[in-house]
Ligand binder design. Sequence first.
Ligand SMILES: C[S@@+](CC[C@H](N)C(=O)[O-])C[C@H]1O[C@@H](n2cnc3c(N)ncnc32)[C@H](O)[C@@H]1O
Length: 420
Amino acid sequence: MRFTVVTLFAGMFEQVLSTSVLGKARAAGLVEIDFVNPRDFATDKHRSVDDSPYGGGPGMVMKCDSLVAAIETAGKSSSPHRVLLSPVGKTLTHSRAVALAKMDHIVVVCGRYEGVDERVVDMGIDESLSIGDYVLTGGELGAMVIIDAVARFVPGVLGHADSADDESFSGGLLEHPQYTRPAEFRGQAVPATLLSGNHAKIDAWRREQSLSRTAMHRPELIRQDTVLTQALAARTYVLLAHHPVLDRNGETVTTSVTNFDIHDIARSCATYGVAGYFPVSPVRLQREKIARIIEIWQREIAQAGSDDRGQALSTVAVSESISSAIETIRRRTKAEPWVVTTSAQAAPGGLHVGYSELVAQRVADGSRPLVLVLGTGWGLHSGILAGADQQLAPIRGTGDFNHLSVRSAASSILDRLFGQ
Ligand SMILES: C[S@@+](CC[C@H](N)C(=O)[O-])C[C@H]1O[C@@H](n2cnc3c(N)ncnc32)[C@H](O)[C@@H]1O
């Protein structure tokens, strides 16, 4: 694979690109790196490559003529992929590095000063890439980052055939902790599993560590993993409590069942792959009403020939209390449910869990069912909030008003947790 770097400062690269893995890859002919200097294409007597910006403002801008000529020269003998280092570009990721490693020739263009004339981008660049949300004084360090990150995926560059497949981001997660000799250092021992010689156990330990580290440091990576998120949704249950909830005066009451709460939340649960939906009421007549609502909807749906919506209602199971619903889930899953309440108000002391954090923590914690408790009326009684394992952060829109109907809140919550 070949990289041609278009830069005013080729001298910055030599040490970095001739050391260790990259140095060996170049010596073995696996990676070729050459340079083109835009100054060699300057046309005026001062060999200038920059000029002041039209419209005014500080600094200088790299001129079109010399830079475009340099990029054209860099790609003369092939049809390379031309990458500009720019804070405006998409951020380089693991998957982009893997894709770039499949190309034969990449021209890497380094900006300087205030950046490059936009017509260079229009005429001579296939892709702008950033290396992070900060501004460097020039593209050279970014070019070295790209070359290093991409070259690792060129076959033969890394000594051990699969070492690039077994690192942070390669499976969507951060890597597990690593240890080497000695087995004990200043009283700190290497985890016993790693010394056990039992490879199944070691793999399980590493997977567990990788999940919990990712949950702690980069929860959004777990949230973005469709397989992990779907598996969590499939062991998630939604409870809709009609008691004990508050009325507008803060009194504990039992609310009556609303037809649409049964139907719409069941459909949201089916949409996000949730395992079950439990409307809860201590009043027998209200529970019968729920059963009747389901029956009527199912009959109407069957008559209309729409099986899918009937299927959504089949996950509904009526319960007489929050604790009996949780007990049903416990028996059904043979595991201890993790109970998370929801509220329009922030938890005392701001001790609520965010959406990505909840997904990440529950995925990392193994196979326990997740129970989301929603309240009707003016929200769940404080005893229910206090007795739960966690409280979910309130949904916020753009201002202070966040009085959603419980069925709207249910769909927003499910989307924030499981939506792709
Ligand atoms: C001082 S910067 C120009 C910043 C530009 N005026 C802006 O605000 O977007 C000069 C050059 O450094 C490189 N550069 C700076 N920060 C970068 C980053 N985060 N990723 C990639 N390249 C960067 C680019 O090649 C850029 O043209």
